[in-house]
Design a protein around this ligand. Structure first.
Ligand SMILES: [Zn+2]
Length: 457
């Protein structure tokens, strides 16, 4: 039994009144954020100007505290003058904006002091009207409705119908194994969502066959190929979405797009088409995510050891041929899902070394091919004559990696360095496999509409 923090997200179907209330709350959140940022900025500028007159520290205008608590206190004093309409929205909307601002300021100052990993962050910027809408509720009456499983309750907004059943979360709440700590509403790609942050007590069953090893190779044509020979199909016909995307892109081309050099604003009709394109992308992406969730759950429940390829990180940044990118994005998501689901039920996850040539190795005799054309969908071994589907061969090699190196499987090992790693041997380098560049395993071709579509999926 372990307690984990899990998010449950449901698409909402608000009525027109509720929708405008949702918009109003998200706008209120943005207003409070921008108000607080303006306050802090003015204070910082004032102090900077005063300091340039050689004033002592105690003669300067006192600095405004950045904590969410004191920002809220300042807001409560100022709201009657700056926002006389404040009462139209739940106070949570303003608190949420101020809390976000406090986090943004803290991240910025930590980053400046070198206390934060990742790239340097700039000073927080004002939020524009066209940015993503969201608002978080941490107190008040929100949650599920006891009587039916098609509605959620939100403060001030009321009881909103959901597009799908809330059954999974409702069962946890009824059993007492789930406690909802906050609710966030957001507007993404033309749809409203609510996301509940829930503390869940999980007791996941151990895998049915804990000794089973499975290698997973993510593809473009199919979602994935397993080393057992199973091919998992793409969840949605990509051709249908592609045709629709091409149509919408032609439509956008006929409309007035923005031009920064000419200072031209986009037309509303162009914006509408862009919204439709975004919606289509989101649908393809969520279909793929759904497929990956089903796959990762099944793998974790059935196998004891799962082997994945590592991501081609440098390739992901540089590669403009997006096919590799698509598989990598899917792999990153699958890896994330498998890793957290595996930790719930004690399954081992092995990540193959990034340089391991899973596609070029013969899964029968182990001979590494110098070159494998990307158009070759079937792997044929030149030394033993074995012939097999390219992706299945790769998946088998991944599974073999663990079977060979770990006779006694130990959890916690995540990276496998196979001995005889070909990119380190001189002979192989002469043969032209890896010269410090990532091995290529996907088609070289120009980015097409299809690529850009699957890019987000
Ligand atoms: Zn062979």
């Amino acid at each position: 039994m372990s307690t984990v923090l899990q998010a449950y997200r449901f698409a909402l179907a608000p009525n027109p009144g509720q929708e405008s209330a949702l918009r109003s709350h998200c706008g209120a959140q943005r207003f409070a954020y921008n108000w607080g940022l303006g306050l802090i900025k003015a204070n910082l500028d004032q102090r900077k100007a005063e300091a340039s007159y050689d004033l002592d520290d105690d003669e300067l205008t006192p600095s405004v505290s950045w904590s969410a608590y004191s920002l809220r206190k300042d807001w409560n004093q100022a709201k009657h003058t700056v926002a006389p309409w404040w009462n139209e929205n739940s106070k949570e909307a303003y608190s949420s904006g101020l809390a976000n601002l406090a986090t943004a300021l803290k991240n910025w100052s930590d980053s400046k002091k070198g206390m934060r990993q990742g790239r340097k962050l700039g000073f927080p910027r004002f939020k524009g009207r066209r940015e993503g809408l969201s608002c978080r509720f941490t107190t008040g009456s929100f949650g599920l409705i006891e009587t039916d499983r098609r509605h959620v309750k939100l403060p001030r907004i009321g009881v909103v119908r959901t597009h799908e059943s809330t059954r999974k979360l409702a069962r946890h709440v009824e059993r007492g194994t789930g406690r909802i700590s906050s609710a966030t509403v957001s507007y993404r790609s033309g749809r409203w969502f609510v996301s509940f942050s829930v503390e869940i007590e999980r007791a996941d069953p151990v895998p049915v066959r804990p000794e089973a090893v499975v290698g997973v190779d993510l593809g473009i044509k199919s979602l994935a190929v397993l080393s057992t020979g199973e091919v998992i199909a793409n969840p949605r016909h990509p051709e249908v979405a592609q045709r629709e995307l091409r149509r919408l892109q032609r439509q956008a081309a006929r409309r007035t797009s923005p031009d920064r050099r000419a200072g031209r604003e986009p037309s509303n009709r162009w914006r509408k088409t862009q919204a439709r394109i975004a919606k289509l992308h989101a649908r393809v992406a969520s279909a793929r995510r759904d497929g990956l969730h089903k796959l990762s759950t099944r793998l974790v429940r059935s196998c004891g050891v799962i082997v994945l390829e590592d991501l081609n990180v440098s390739g992901m940044i540089k590669n403009r041929r997006l096919a590799r990118h698509v598989a990598d994005v899917g792999m990153a998501e699958l890896r994330r899902q498998i890793e957290y689901k595996a930790s719930w039920s004690g399954v081992c996850v092995h990540i193959a070394d990034r340089w391991y040539p899973s596609s070029k190795t013969c899964s029968d005799c182990g001979v590494v091919k110098a070159k494998l054309r990307l158009s070759e969908r079937v792997f044929t071994c030149s030394s033993c004559g074995m012939s097999m589907d390219r992706d299945l061969n790769a998946a088998r090699n991944l599974a073999k990696l663990v079977e060979a190196t770990t006779s006694s499987p130990s959890c916690g090992v995540t990276v496998n360095e196979p001995d005889g790693n070909p990119h380190k041997t001189c002979t192989m380098r002469a043969a032209g496999i890896a010269t410090g560049r990532p091995t290529r395993s996907t088609p070289r071709r120009k980015a097409t509409a299809r690529d850009t579509l699957s890019h987000v999926s």
